[in-house]
Write a protein that binds this ligand. Structure first.
Ligand code: NG1
Ligand code: ZN
Length: 547
């Protein structure tokens, strides 16, 4: 009965004790901190996932990863039945459970059971996955201990990318409609769609089929290797930072390349060659190349969103279907990309708070919603109705060849993309297919619009929660005087924009600035950092001028 069950929880939780006084929040992407502080969190997330499974009568996912953070960190995110991020109320429960002192754990657990009226006799199923961090093995075991302590069943997928686990959860809960809930099923769905998309492109040279991939020394590298065999030379990958020697995310990976605006170490780059970087759990991707003068060019999430939106819009026109397409960005989107999407492409653009769940939610408002964070996390969502219209058209015997070809391409786009979450591997295949179909080089893609020079900085403060924001994080409403200070600084530069927000994954305040020149963007970012430091309780030395 229930009480015996709870005795087991009590006993097991003693093996995963919480350090007294430690307080952690379920942030932008779950819990994330130094791996040494996470054992009790993992056990408790196993408990919570089991309750969530009973509540939804569906399989829930738990992914052990700290994405782009350093190797020493780890983290955990919960995945809801359709493969989406867990709902906000349950994020709250996660925080409550995580922070209950050892002796209060049962009370906190029973509180959730009561509030959600959970039937404890219901079956519970939890899928567990992990990244390549050295701490991930024991931490994912702690998750499974939590699941079994509450009488749930766990299935261990072992080493998988974050998007692969999202895919598994969705496949399982749709009874195979989304695909087979196996790694093999994932590869076969994606590569078949990719081969279908590219098969009509004639005379692709080996140069055009070649792509250099920076695996960030993480799970993405392992999975690209596994996938490669399926691609039948239609995509020829040179894999760098495959984890055989380098350290995870160290001087490499999508976050490094995006924030530092420079190439990763360990990748051989020749002028004009396409390169891309994954992050530590392969849910982000950015592209880049060096030109003949040795200049580095970054094609980030905004450029990816533009490329995909252009492609889809053309296909919709060719197929002769009227579906409402929109793009979703955050405040970090480069101003040039927003202008291009709205003014030139006539696409509706929405801006949400940082964090995939916000973008995902906003994208669901459209028939076709393209969402990308500037850092390269993103995907495309198709409404059920849109999918049906497209499928119907692709099978319609009475339409001309041009319309049919476009409808089939839309169908294969639906199959290649991972609609559950941003997915570096799926996004890479779609981008490669689009470039092949359009016969476009990376330079041509890059020249669709020019990014405004920009700079991202971090400021350490005593308590980053003193900063409150509004208007999709574009304005700071507290502390008093900060927004006024930012406004008067921004006025001094041409085409300038700047905002600040507390990070949800690191103990810092993030500062973003863009302006007409790199000097101005750097200068503005520095001055805004000083304002944050002075008005929001900066700690350590004053932010220094960038060199
Ligand atoms: P925070 O630390 O809240 O800025 C970062 C990214 C998010 C998101 C999460 C999860 C930036 C500026 N922020 O969040 O976009 O990807 O990590 O990985 O890139
Ligand atoms: Zn990630």
């Amino acid at each position: 009965d229930d009480e015996t069950g709870f005795q087991e929880v009590l006993k097991q939780s003693g093996l995963h004790p919480k350090p007294a006084g430690l307080v952690l929040q379920y942030g932008t992407a779950g819990f994330r901190t130094n791996a040494k502080k996470l054992d009790h969190i993992m056990f408790r997330m196993g408990l919570l996932a089991t309750l969530r499974s009973r509540k939804t009568k569906a399989t829930i996912g738990v992914m052990v990863t700290a994405s782009h953070n350093p190797e020493e960190d780890n983290g955990v995110k919960l995945i809801d039945p359709m493969g989406e991020m867990v709902t906000p109320t349950w994020e709250g429960y996660a925080t409550q459970l995580a922070n209950a002192e050892q002796e209060d754990l049962l009370t906190a657990l029973k509180d959730v059971i009561e509030k959600e009226a959970i039937d404890m006799s219901q079956e519970a199923d939890v899928f567990v996955g992990k990244d390549t961090r050295s701490s991930s093995a024991s931490l994912s075991q702690a998750v499974m201990d939590g699941v079994s302590a509450l009488g749930g069943h766990s299935k261990d997928y072992g080493l998988v990318t974050t998007p692969q686990l999202h895919y598994m959860v969705c496949c399982q809960n749709t009874k195979g409609k989304y695909g087979d809930a196996t790694v093999e099923g994932y590869y076969s769905k994606l590569y078949q769609a990719f081969i279908q998309l590219t098969k009509s492109v004639l005379n692709r040279t080996d140069d055009q089929k070649h792509l250099s991939v920076d695996g960030a020394n993480g799970i993405g590298a392992l999975k690209v290797r596994e996938m490669e065999a399926h691609l039948k030379k239609e995509l020829q990958i040179s894999l760098f930072n495959d984890g055989s020697k380098g350290k995870l995310n160290h001087q490499c990976g999508a976050d490094f390349v995006k924030v530092q605006q420079k190439p990763p170490t360990g990748v051989e780059m020749n002028p004009g060659e396409r390169c891309c970087s994954f992050d530590g759990d392969a849910d982000r991707i950015v592209y880049y190349f060096i030109d003949s003068e040795g200049q580095f060019h970054l094609l980030d999430g905004d450029k990816i969103a533009t490329l995909i939106s252009t492609f889809l819009k053309e296909l919709l026109t060719q197929a002769g279907v009227d579906l409402k397409m929109g793009a979703v960005q955050t405040a970090y989107a480069n101003g040039s990309s927003t202008r291009y999407l709205e003014d030139t492409m006539q696409v509706i653009v929405r801006c949400t708070k940082t964090g995939v769940k916000h973008l995902h939610h906003a994208a669901q408002e459209f028939d076709i919603g393209v969402y990308f964070e500037a850092n390269g996390h993103g995907t495309v969502l198709f409404s059920k109705a849109a999918e049906e219209i497209i499928q119907h058209l692709a099978e319609d015997a009475n339409i001309n060849d041009e319309r049919k070809r476009a409808a089939r391409m839309l169908q294969n786009t639906i199959n290649v993309i991972n609609q559950t979450v941003g997915d570096a591997i799926a996004d890479m295949l779609l981008i490669e297919a689009i470039l092949a179909i359009k016969g476009m080089t990376i330079q041509q893609w890059d020249s669709i619009y020019s990014d405004l020079p920009n700079r991202q900085l971090k400021v350490k403060v005593a308590d980053r929660r003193v900063i409150d924001t509004a208007d999709a994080e574009r304005r700071a409403v507290s502390p008093a005087g900060l927004q006024d200070a930012i406004d008067s600084l921004v006025k001094k530069y041409r085409k300038a924009r700047s905002f600040v927000r507390p990070s949800g994954t690191e103990d810092v305040v993030r500062v973003y600035a863009e302006a007409e020149t790199q000097e101005s963007a750097d200068d503005l970012a520095h001055k805004v950092s000083l304002a944050v430091y002075r008005l929001a309780g900066g700690v350590g030395g004053e932010p220094k001028q960038l060199l």
